[in-house]
Design a protein around this ligand. Structure first.
Ligand code: NAI
Ligand code: 15L
Length: 313
């Protein structure tokens, strides 16, 4: 797959998108500029990796799971994190603060950007963390020469597609709220930073990444932690990703998402939600006309409006 753009006729030929000036010689042998259909097997390692949102549900899981892929894992959140262990750095940072984000990103080779508001909330809460915040991350990445970012997008970018409809990553977005809109903003922003500055991004439209699939919808959208970790590793280290959008779901029996546009990532999920089916299906089904059962975004499509009382005051 090629990514021809006016300013970047060929995608950057470095695994991990790592600035070659900071990389050791052993990573500099990927000089081929002919992208392959399948991911080759580059060394899955970089010198310093930043994980934002490290205090969150997925951040805590990834803190241990991403360590083997890097010499130094820089962990950041707005909240207090457990003290640094060997090979870890802790930076407390509000993503909405441009100076703090600039300092946060100095010296890192790649970023796994998980930080931000992760559920539907009033626009005023989404704006600083998810919109100003993702802009701050990309601007700092540009200034500091970071060349690969993995962006935690969400299925809520396409939440207003009907359940059962199979869509790929090229369909128009249909966000199901301000949260989904903020993730669509991040996807568009990252596209711009690739076209204009050559910063490669893989946007992960994560389904539902939890220990278990908790309801009927999650039987379809569930992403195990092992498959999430594998997906992030592929997103970080596959050469020539350009700007790629991929859906993050395990190999569940039913799927609404076609990942053929992202086949070059070599994402091959191994788990599935069948072990949770009996428990999930023991719950009474929702009426068929309930939007929660009708749309891919589930309960998010019914959240809000939020601010009517404030406006009336
Ligand atoms: P979470 O809410 O548990 O973690 C998000 C972290 O971001 C929190 O630790 C929070 O303190 C931090 N954060 C919030 N505002 C911040 C700010 N202004 N500055 C710095 N840090 C801030 O969410 P979770 O489940 O761990 O998800 C991680 C990422 O993956 C999120 O971006 C979420 O939108 C995305 N995602 C998660 C899914 C899932 O199933 N868990 C599904 C789809 C997307
Ligand atoms: C998300 O984007 C949320 O971050 C997560 O908490 C879940 O609600 C997930 O989507 C989902 O759709 O199940």
């Amino acid at each position: 797959m090629t990514y021809k753009t006016a300013l970047h006729p060929i995608a950057h030929p470095y695994a991990c998108g790592v600035n070659p000036h900071r990389r050791s010689q052993r990573y500099r042998d990927k000089t081929s500029v002919t992208p392959t259909a399948e991911a080759s097997s580059p060394a899955q390692h970089c010198a310093r990796l930043l994980l934002t949102g490290a205090g969150g549900n997925l951040g805590k899981v990834l803190r241990t799971r991403l360590k083997p892929y890097t010499d130094t894992l820089r962990l950041s959140d707005i909240s207090q994190l457990e003290p640094a262990g060997p090979g870890e750095e802790i930076v407390t940072c509000d993503l909405a603060d441009p100076q703090a984000v600039d300092a946060l990103i100095q010296g890192v080779d790649a970023i796994v950007h998980m930080g931000g508001v992760s559920v539907e909330r009033p626009f005023e809460e989404i704006l600083p963390a998810n919109i100003q915040g993702v802009y701050n991350v990309y601007e700092a990445a540009r200034r500091h020469g970071v060349k690969r970012i993995v962006f935690a997008s969400s299925n809520h970018v396409i939440g207003f597609y009907r359940q059962g409809q199979v869509i790929d990553a090229d369909v128009p977005v249909r966000p199901d709220g301000y949260y989904g809109i903020s993730k669509a903003f991040g996807e568009n922003l990252s596209r711009f930073y690739y076209d204009r500055y050559g910063i490669e991004t893989v946007c992960l439209r994560i389904g539902s990444s939890f220990p278990e699939a908790k309801d009927r919808r999650m039987l379809v959208t569930w992403l195990s932690y092992d498959d999430l970790t594998h997906l992030i590793a592929q997103a970080l280290f596959t050469p020539h990703v350009g700007h790629t959008i991929v859906y993050g779901a395990s190999a569940n029996k039913e799927s609404w998402w076609d990942n053929s546009r992202a086949a070059h990532l070599g994402f091959a999920p191994k788990d599935n939600s069948e072990p949770f089916r009996t428990k999930a299906e023991a719950q009474p089904p929702l009426p068929a006309d309930d939007p929660v059962a009708r749309y891919q975004g589930g309960a998010f499509v019914k959240a809000g409006p939020f601010n009517d009382d404030d406006i009336k005051k």
